[in-house]
Design a protein. Sequence first.
Length: 271
Amino acid sequence: MSQTMGGRPVFVVDEFDLISDTSVQRDFANLIKQVSDKRVDVCFIFCGIAESAEALMAAHGSADRYFHAVDLGKLPWDARIEIVETAAQALGINVDKTTVYRIAMICDGFPYYVHFIAEKLFWRVYEANNGGLVTPALFAEAMEDAANAMDMKLRGPYEKATQKYDDTYSAILFAVADGHELKKRSADIFLTYRHVMNEMQREPSTRAQFNNRMNRLKGEAHGCILIGSRQGWYEFAEKMIRGYVRLKAEQANVSLNPDHPSAASLPHKLN
């Protein structure tokens, strides 16, 4: 087929991580192996979210030898700010540094979030017809728009984990999403959780109740939203959900520490 088409065809397989059927994964892995063994002059690009290429191709242990893995990583802090400011300038929108910082902080390092939140904000400014001025009220409305329009892949697990239960589960997830660390100790999460509950004007649970609920958040009844990386350490099962949780915290008027290690921490981290 590559000879018939001319040149070197390129095939892109996006969201490969969503394929959960191991037999389908194995078929793709075998395809890669056959293409390589027969020296067919084509290029396949597989895109997905995983810790490693091996994790994406788990159904075929040797498949990773046939392609080059590129780790995109998170978007640097300065790049997030540049995206918002460049777009605002091109649109003639006057966006203050505080708003730019808030977007860069909440996006969790994913370009999708930067564009998504900025788009919602700029539409709100356009509809306000106020001369292109970003205001706190418009930012709050944009955050509401972003949270409501978020893909169910991210929204579903959060709603399953929290909507039928009290605010404690939301507060725990806010605490897990606080700061820049992807993996956090249970003891640190508990300290942040107490501050979050105070901001929400709710009575914090005891440590024993907290531990019980943390474990429940790893279960199917709560969407398996958390995983225990090792004894006493937790993280989000789907890292992009972390950004969505930060959006929900913003809606709840809960202040979280920024997700960049060089950014200033909130006072409660100094206590």
